[in-house]
Design a protein around this ligand. Sequence first.
Ligand code: WT7
Length: 651
Amino acid sequence: MDKPSEQLDTLLRETRLFPPAAEFTRQANFSDPSVYDRAAADPEAYWAEQAHFLDWMQPFSQVLDWQPPHARWFHDGRLNAASNCVDRHRTTVRKNKAAIIWEGEPGDTRVLTYEMLGREVDRAAHMLHDMGVRRGDRVVIYLPMIPELPIAMLACAKIGAIHTVVFAGFSSNALRDRIIDAQAKLLITADAGHRRGTLVPLKQNADAAVVDTPIESVLVVNRVGALSAITMVPGRDWAWEERMRAASYAPFAAEAMEAEDVLYILYTSGTTGKPKGIVHSTGGYLVGANTSMRSVFDLKDEDVYFCTADIGWVTGHTYIVYGPLSAGATVVMYEGAPDFPDRERFWSLIEKYGCTIFYTAPTSIRTFMKWGPQYLKSHDLSSLRLLGTVGEPINPEAWMWYHEHVGARRCPIVDTWWQTETGCAMIASLPGLIATKPGSATRAVPGIAVDVVDEGGQSVAPGHGGYLVIRKPWPSMLRTIWRDDERFQKTYFGQFPGTYLPGDGAHLDEDQYIWILGRIDDVINVSGHRIGTMEVESALVDHPAVAEAAVIGRAHEVKGQAITAFVTVKEGIETGDELTVELKAHVVSLIGAMARPEEIHFTAELPKTRSAKIMRRLLRDIAEGRALGDTTTLADPTVIESLKVRYQDRE
Ligand code: WT7
């Protein structure tokens, strides 16, 4: 585990402790500390109890069937995710409660009560059904953060179709790969999306993506009013609004899904060039999402909950759509950038809607810090009562800033560690029960068996570090990788049989608090987004000028990590600024803007072992200005020395 030791040293010097305030604990959903022991003693009983917060069309008789590494939770139970997120609230006092308070980047707004959302979802389900979508079919959704995105997801869920949301920042190539892997028959997109005052040409990207794929129909939402100006392919492309108008307004009968039926596939990066289609179930996933909403986020009916993630990532799936809606929350959903039209946008939103819970990423907090607290000053943030973070380790300095300037020293902070694969928060404080330490996600939530182990799988003693693992199955765990169960078994259960390996390093302190140290594989975390170094390398090597590329993550003040590429070019190719610009653009066109390398360094050779494996560890040492680690396995030690000198002289 070759993590910079300075990071660990700073963390371990962190001694501040923030116990929950008595008033908070008194009102918390989870206020009895015995829940931890109870859940640890009998996790299945705990999860069965939590499962009863959902509506089941057919009750389950068995909680867990565990054939490592395959788990089935509540498998003979039947339920529908959309009914749980919408319809069941339509028959209660929540009928006229705001489910989604949406604000577009230009400032347009839309409020959907549970009743209104239900009508939209039913109509969209009819529309999709009219277009031939059936239970088990895959529908790819490539939309900006507009209400049609959750509506489309829930309409799929109502039919029992599997949705695959592709973040609107992905390029048409990335979209295409996902369409093909998922073998989707229908794509939902928009004419364009708003981003920081400019338009993202979604339909144009979609047109390029769907050629020679199984996509039969494309539904296009008229988001920016450009629909009349774009080319619609007759017989393939349909205006969402028109098809909606043509669909029945009768209620749509929800499919009674088996708990283990797939709710969605969401692609994430791994250590190879090919993204993994993470498969989530209907019953177990929803139990995890719903439980953590009540436990970690302490959600009450009175709350106004604002999560700044994009629904294109798992955070948005679980903590904008399935978690909060299944729990009957009011969700604030914002389409655009935090600095549009100015740097006060988030604070204006919190003030305007009286948000009580705010959930964002450390990279955003560091950006706010850099901008300075003056942007918050003129806004009344006193409605806030709970703050959350997710996506990467939060440095204590950013934690303190968040605590002081956003939370006014009044709001507990829940630092939630989880992954696309885990479905919901796994390590996080329950805000009424756990004292927090800035920079630590604290401890596992009830019912989750987290441990830190050494190479041999033995638990480390307090005061030591190792691999983070999860020893027992949990309801919202991924079920497999879409069409690649072997990769699922190998990646997550190959190292320690029966034990889940997330791929993160962790340190256990003397109080048994967990400090996440970041990825220990060839995956990097840029602004809370997971990117496989191999994916970027493949994109670089795809360019005709490139012979070889090695990509690493370098510590970055705001982004957490920044993508740094070392590239060797083919004979006779001239290197320089022009090629740098071209290569960056090439990566963006193959993956998306989030994968754009921050720096590209040209080098005649890459440091390799005698078996020709690129030593990324040494490249990281160079990029972060550290003394070189062990170089004895290098085939040619002069390569790294000259690279180091050239890197230092690069200005
Ligand atoms: C990886 C998962 C889960 C939604 C966002 C990212 C890192 C996530 C934390 C946290 C330290 C964190 C881990 C993890 N990570 N949350 N609170 N503290 N690290 O989802 O793209 O699946 O990435 O993000 O390294 O493995 P993802």
